[in-house]
Design a protein around this ligand. Structure first.
Ligand code: HEC
Length: 396
């Protein structure tokens, strides 16, 4: 009963999270685009940062960015904030539904560290709160003037956190917590710095003062951080579909490599429209990096070295029976999963033969399955499956 309710909660909260997330990231992309295409020559007065003409949904839009408007002319303003807040709230809710209440299989991997679910959840929450606190402490202090050095310090902390979490939690949960930590920082940048800065600007404007550009510096700094965190965080949110990332031995380094690739693509997007000369080279660097990463990680983890003897179906069927059908069956016996996850079942030969490539990916090339190695699959059994598949996966 509880697990059925959790599953529905998972569906609706995830659906909501993706929709508001699209709203947030979509508007942020849109405003970056607008800023990059404002044309000063079209601007009307000395407070104008430029103008842009757009065409969409059957009409023209004339948009001008103004740094100041006469107090009696301040129009009704449309603020962009709820997309960010709701993305953050629904994301944290989802973290609780899937990882904290969803059974230890998602959080704990005994092969990584033999923790209880409670210990793993505590580590997760301490990381989220601690990461946010350290970030705020750095960027609210006078240290923030050493921007370049502090960027490097934050990058180094990220490496330490990614490495540490992948040595404590399951690969999947470690990735999700690095992403959630960055997501929380992004939302709180909007809530605690960017929005208050804009409210201050509007108040000053209403009092007839031209807002001091220095006020916007902190907001600008946080906006740039959010801008560079967007693509990495979005990757983490889809990473659970990719055991070739979180399920590998060097999963922390793969995560960081993907972050660097995301950052390079972001740099390209930020600078290309403004005529940045380096932009194409940066994009080429990201593509080469992506190819190198794919190549380096396609080397299988288990050697699957031929044993000399032919592996029969009965041998591997015993592995499926001991390690997989607790969840992947028409009638699962697992305490958390009462329906075969993703509809994958191993009750018959045909069902097994139908998903060979996925079996190899999830249980031979990576340790993604069994989930949290809940059923205690051994390296020998993984190798056996590997040899069986390499020999052509005989069904006799
Ligand atoms: C404790 C329960 C559990 C056990 C045991 C288990 N799995 Fe899974 N399996 C899952 C869950 C949960 C998912 C869905 C993961 C997701 O959607 O993120 C899954 C998904 C899969 C998928 C589908 C992946 C996809 O991309 O759709 C395959 C293949 C798979 N498991 C293979 C195995 C194999 C092989 C074993 C035994 C060696 C095994 N699983 C043991 C829980 C389990």
């Amino acid at each position: 009963m509880v697990s059925v309710i959790l599953e529905w909660a998972n569906l609706f909260v995830r659906w909501f999270h993706i929709i508001v997330g699209i709203g947030w990231i979509g508007t942020s992309f849109f405003f970056i685009y607008l800023d990059a295409h404002l044309t000063a020559a079209l601007g009307g007065n000395k407070h104008s940062a430029g103008k842009i003409w757009l065409i969409h949904s059957g009409g023209y839009y004339e948009v001008e960015k103004l740094k100041y408007v006469p107090p009696d002319k301040i129009p009704e303003l449309h603020w962009y904030k709820w997309e960010a807040y709701l993305t953050g709230l629904s994301g944290i809710t989802l973290l609780f539904i899937v990882y904290y209440f969803g059974g230890s299989g998602f959080m704990v991997d005994p092969a990584v560290a033999n923790l209880t679910q409670l210990e793993a959840v505590a580590i997760g929450i301490v990381t989220l709160a601690g990461g946010f606190a350290i970030y705020e402490a750095i960027w609210r202090s006078p240290l923030n003037r050493l921007e370049g050095v502090m960027n490097l310090v934050c990058a180094a902390l990220l490496v330490v956190i990614a490495w540490g979490l992948t040595h404590l939690l399951s690969g999947r949960a470690a990735y999700m917590h690095v992403g959630a930590m960055m997501g929380i920082i992004m939302v709180s940048n909007v809530l605690f710095v960017i929005q208050p800065g804009q409210r201050r600007m509007v108040r000053a404007n209403a009092a007839g003062q031209v807002p001091d550009p220095a006020w916007g510096n902190a907001a600008k700094q946080r906006s740039v951080h959010n801008n560079y965190m967007t693509l990495p965080v979005v990757f983490v949110m889809i990473s659970n579909h990719f055991p070739n990332t979180y399920g590998q031995k060097w999963n922390w380094a793969i995560l960081l490599a993907l972050f660097v690739i995301g950052g390079l693509v972001r740099y390209f997007l930020n600078t290309f429209d403004r005529g940045g000369k380096a932009a194409p080279y940066v994009l080429a660097g990201a593509v080469v990096g992506a190819l190198a990463l794919a190549l380096a990680t396609s080397l299988p983890m288990s050697s699957g070295a031929a044993s000399g003897e032919r592996v029969s179906f009965n041998q591997v069927d015993a592995v499926f029976a001991h390690r997989c059908v607790q969840c992947h069956s028409a009638r699962p016996t697992d305490d958390m999963f009462h329906e075969a996850p993703n509809g994958v079942k191993f009750d018959t030969k045909q069902q097994i033969a139908g998903v060979l490539a996925k079996i190899k990916l999830m249980a031979v090339d990576t340790n993604a399955m069994p989930l949290g190695n809940k059923t205690g699959m051994t390296e020998k059994e993984r190798a056996l499956l590997g040899v069986w598949i390499a020999e052509g996966a005989s069904l006799d």
